[in-house]
Design a protein. Structure first.
Length: 544
């Protein structure tokens, strides 16, 4: 049963990590216009989260793969150059697999069937390998890979599914960037007009609209020799100048290019068009037009817009997901509490009691509702570190030795280590670590003082003391609520925060008025310190 719960907790933690990772990479690709920066940041996030030795994205370049984008874990020997330009000549099997859209996943490199590939990879000290091909609409863009140099890593089905989604997001970003760059006029403005270029180029008289020059692209796409004909007739099948003609605009801008987009209904294609005035061979000013077909880019852009729309829709799902995460978080808390209860039922019920009192104190102090939620979670888990303490020490019927007490004190650090990897909205791990710190610095583990201690930890400290003293333990009978109140009053503003003590006593007195849980004798015991009326004039000493 314990193993199943532990597996459930690990599964939930892994799913949370991947969902957060997916969101992070999505945000990076949406917020970064520089594709190089986008890939590098994404690889860093992936590498650091997955704890791999190396994460890389290898863009495909004709007959080889180039590793311009590689993230290597700090402390790992820098062997990036070993991977530089692995051509098909050296690893034909490996490249054939990714080009055929096959995921490569080997927990042990020794399992690779191709001996040449195995030898090359083993020479790089790689022990496990995971590579995802990057495809968009059957177009191959490269691959996303991860490897481990020190461990044999098993990649689970959940790893493959989530990382495939992340790979698609990165691939779409690369495809979009390549489409944009293909139409960047700055890259082609120095090109000579020649028939081999895969874009339309023509020159026309700016006054009479006659075409003076057209390249092969224009002739092929419109199916005719256009020189000497009217541009609006050839290009748009119109009998009059186009209402969107840019002649007047480029006359005013002179030598500055004017760039615009147009959907040509005659040939049913999108074009990015660059117009400008140039000097013709006979010395007159003429219209120069460069027409770059962008139908494929528009297709990718449409897909990205759909992705963005889907992302907007996912915001609603994300809200629902957050609700599910809260449920998952509660499930995690419950699972951990039940795990602890199986070992020590007192500690589990103690955590629940401390949570109830802590929340009541926080409400009395008028803390924000969201902060109170965090206090409840921290209180329900504050002694989870005791799961690592032997039961015979936790329930020892006699006084603890110094060594045993020091072992008990380790539960705050143990709890911190268990909880710090869980992604809560509140500083739960830090609160757990500090709940035995005291105002005068006499607490543990770090001897923090006053404002160095979180207010949430100060609240837990008081609630923890009240419940511990008023509960029965194997080594002593219950001291009662009155004695617990007296203990808190005695050390008010020395061990415990005075505002927290004030709120705690107010809560207990209000509760006592309703349920009369404190006897007259115990109340007198607490009142002997003559502190209740001093710290809060609003607290009334009720006769019980």
């Amino acid at each position: 049963m314990a193993v199943e719960k532990r597996n459930l907790i690990n599964s939930l933690k892994n799913r949370l990590i991947y969902e957060q990772l997916l969101n992070k990479v999505s945000f990076i690709t949406l917020e970064n216009s520089d594709i190089d920066d986008c890939i590098k940041k994404s690889l860093q996030v992936l590498g650091e989260t997955l704890l791999v030795s190396r994460a890389y994205l290898l863009p495909y370049q004709q007959t080889n793969i180039n590793n311009h984008f590689v993230w290597i874990s700090p402390g790992i020997a820098h062997e990036k150059n070993i991977l530089q330009d692995i051509s098909e000549y050296f690893t034909p099997w490996l490249l054939n697999q990714v080009k055929n859209n096959k995921i490569i996943c080997f927990s042990d490199i020794e399992d690779i069937p191709d001996q040449m590939t195995k030898k090359i990879i083993l020479n790089q000290r790689i022990k496990s390998l995971f590579i995802i091909p990057l495809f968009v609409k059957n177009i191959y863009y490269g691959c996303l890979g991860f490897d481990d140099w020190g461990n044999y890593r098993e990649w689970l089905e959940v790893d493959v599914n989530f990382l495939q989604s992340i790979a698609r997001i990165l691939c779409l970003a690369i495809a979009n960037d390549l489409a944009k760059k293909s139409m960047n006029f700055e890259r082609i403005q120095y090109c000579t007009m020649f028939d081999g270029i895969n874009a339309g180029i023509y020159v026309s008289d700016i006054e009479n609209y006659k075409i003076l020059y057209a390249n092969k692209f224009i002739k092929d796409i419109y199916g005719r020799e256009p020189i000497g004909e009217l541009c609006y007739k050839v290009l748009h099948n119109k009998d009059y100048p186009c209402i969107f003609c840019t002649n007047q605009i480029i006359k005013e801008t002179k030598d500055k290019p004017y760039i615009w987009e147009h959907y040509n209904t005659f040939v049913n294609k999108y074009f990015e068009i660059t117009n400008m005035i140039i000097r013709w061979m006979d010395g007159r000013d003429v219209r120069f037009e460069y027409m770059c077909e962008m139908s494929k880019y528009k297709q990718v852009q449409t897909e990205l817009l759909m992705e963005k729309e889907a992302f907007k829709l996912s915001e609603t799902k994300l809200k629902k997901s957050n609700e599910k995460l809260q449920i998952l978080s509660q499930s995690t808390i419950t699972a951990l509490s039940e795990l602890l209860e199986q070992k020590d039922s007192y500690t589990a019920s103690h955590q629940t009691n401390v949570a109830n009192l802590s929340c009541a104190i926080a409400k009395e102090m008028k803390l924000p509702e969201e902060q109170i939620k965090g206090i409840k979670v921290a209180a329900l888990l504050h002694d989870i570190g005791k799961i690592a303490i032997p039961l015979d020490i936790l329930n020892k019927p006699r006084n603890l030795t110094d060594n045993e007490f020091n072992l008990i004190k380790e539960h705050v650090q143990n709890g911190f280590e268990v909880i710090k990897t869980l992604d809560f909205s509140w500083p739960i791990a830090k609160i757990i670590l500090q709940h035995h710190e005291r105002m005068n610095g006499s607490g543990y583990p770090n001897g923090l003082q006053n404002n160095e201690i979180l207010i949430e930890a100060k609240i837990l400290a008081v609630a923890d003391t009240i419940d511990a003293m008023s509960s029965h333990r194997p080594y002593r009978p219950a001291r009662g609520l009155g004695e617990a109140m007296a203990e808190v009053l005695k050390h008010n503003n020395v061990l415990y925060d005075s505002e927290v003590v004030k709120a705690c006593l107010s809560v207990l007195m209000k509760e006592n008025k309703k349920n009369k849980v404190i006897t007259q004798e115990l109340f007198q015991y607490a009142s002997n310190y003559n502190e209740i009326n001093k710290i809060n004039k609003n607290i009334v000493c009720y006769n019980i």
